[in-house]
Design a protein around this ligand. Structure first.
Ligand code: MG
Length: 496
């Protein structure tokens, strides 16, 4: 049966097509900006983008469209998909209704703060960035008040990226997770193969061969190159213009080939999500931006639970050796431990599966402090350092390595926790998939990903943004984010 039948919803979707077209164009322009755009086009690109955003806003906030939304709000016999449309439009309306003066001030502050952050990072001097961060925090608090919340101001910001998430829920999750992760970390024996130095991390590769390997891998997991492509950018990303045009990027550093490979697999996980949504959702409000935690679970599942497993190593061994000649004398076991090398480090983006969550906990606790409490900005580097030492036993050598590490606080608060939510859900999915799919591990070993992809399509992808996360996860797995599966998964992997 068709998903959309109600006449008001049908009128909304017809009107929304113009907004979808703008989204589509902005996505392709963003992809172009990050990949092939000549540098001097930057100035016009900025103007084009802001003009397109203005047109989008005008269409969305037009009386005609708003009237349709309020009409839809009064209908009580909508099906789940139609309810999803209304829910998403109401959420978007709330965000779009922030005063334009506020949005402009936020973007101006963001630009200035970015310049200050770059300088501060280069000179490794937090004081240069501190006054801007103080202003940003005030602005984020103001935003939270404008958006509204039930319990704590930070909840309003969390909800932007992951609908329904709150400080209370995350506190509970981290309260369970952190001591157990520390226990696992402490239980890994000094002479464990996971801790062994990896020569492959220092071996240089030929970029042409590496590119071929990434393409072979993507074909191996069954990416449809009629709807998909891969390019290069500084920060690996996924851009989904619509359900028939999904693009990822990766990066080639020339050394330590697993990095480029796992960037590729991670982004492919995001891409499969969009490629497997129900085609009827294309260019509707349900197609775009499912919650970040759920999205991230898909990339982490493919990258970590599949990509770093013994079975996957076995499956791709011939492909690895064929493309990278220096692997000639390496065994499956060598590659497995190279893929799963555990190393405590200062840098979040380089962290392994286990330690990654400590980096997130640290950022979560700091954000919470900044937004819910009155943190003295000048004390933040100290607080960062003490948390780093508590969770990872390391002290940053300077501010660049510490508090100035990520640029995210310039523009976004409340989205770091979604990485850990992604890890938690990825482990939950692994648990259920192993029970629900016959010969799960054997499937990976023999390079058959069809059943796994079909499972993910059925449980998650096909719905797009139809359900809020809590409902989707309850429907599909019988529970909301439950950290116990991540702990079990890591224990089994690293200790037993
Ligand atoms: Mg990701």
């Amino acid at each position: 049966m068709a998903h959309f039948n109600n006449p008001v919803i049908k009128r909304i979707l017809k009107k929304y097509m113009a907004q979808s077209a703008i989204n589509y164009a902005k996505n392709i322009l963003y992809w172009d900006l990050e990949t092939y755009m000549p540098k001097d086009s930057l100035k016009s690109r900025g103007i084009v983008n802001s003009e397109l955003s203005l047109i989008y806003q005008k269409l969305f906030l037009s009386n005609e469209f708003k009237n349709l939304i309020s009409k839809a709000n009064k209908i009580d016999d909508l099906n789940e998909y139609e309810k999803g449309i209304v829910r998403n439009l109401n959420r978007n309306l709330k965000l779009m209704s922030l005063p334009s003066k506020f949005i402009k001030a936020e973007s101006i502050l963001g630009m200035k703060a970015h310049g200050a952050w770059l300088e501060a990072r280069q000179k490794s001097n937090f004081k240069i960035f501190a006054p801007y961060l103080a202003d940003i925090i005030e602005m984020q608090k103001d935003k939270a008040e404008k958006l509204g919340y039930d319990d704590q101001p930070y909840d309003a910001l969390l909800d932007i990226h992951e609908e329904g998430m709150s400080t209370a829920k995350l506190d509970k999750i981290f309260y369970y997770l952190l001591p157990r992760l520390r226990k696992i970390s402490n239980s890994i024996e000094q002479d464990s193969m996971f801790l062994k130095n990896q020569r492959l991390e220092h071996i240089h590769y030929n970029k042409v061969r590496m590119k071929k390997l990434n393409e072979d891998l993507l074909k191996f997991i069954g990416m449809d190159f009629n709807k998909f492509r891969i390019d290069i950018s500084v920060h690996p990303m996924t851009v989904d213009a619509d359900l028939n045009d999904v693009r990822i990027t990766t990066r080639y550093e020339g050394v330590d080939f697993k990095k480029s490979m796992f960037f590729t697999i991670h982004e492919a996980g995001h891409a499969i999500y969009s490629l497997q949504e129900d085609s009827e959702l294309n260019m509707t409000p349900l197609q775009k931006s499912p919650p970040l935690g759920i999205h991230e679970s898909q990339s982490r599942f493919l990258e970590n639970m599949i990509g770093r497993s013994k079975e996957f190593v076995h499956a791709i061994m011939p492909m690895l050796k064929h493309n990278l000649i220096f692997l000639k004398n390496y065994s499956e076991k060598d590659i497995y431990f190279y893929f799963n090398h555990i190393q405590k480090g200062q840098i979040r983006v380089n962290a392994d599966e286990l330690n990654y969550n400590f980096h997130i906990a640290l950022r979560y606790e700091l954000e919470k402090m900044m937004v819910n409490e009155t943190a003295n900005v000048n004390e933040l580097p100290e607080i960062w350092n003490s948390k780093m030492s508590k969770y990872l036993g390391l002290l940053p050598r300077n501010d660049s390595e510490g508090i100035l590490q990520d640029p995210q606080w310039i523009s976004r608060f409340g989205y770091f926790p979604d990485y850990t939510l992604g890890n938690i859900l990825a482990a939950m999915i692994l648990y259920h998939a192993r029970r629900d799919i016959k010969d799960f591990d054997e499937g990976i070993r023999s390079g058959n990903f069809k059943d796994i992809k079909e499972y993910l399509r059925n449980k998650i992808h096909r719905f797009g943004n139809t359900y809020a996360p809590e409902k989707l996860l309850n429907n599909s797995f019988g529970e909301y984010y439950n950290p116990k599966y991540l702990v079990q998964y890591l224990e089994e992997k690293y200790i037993q």
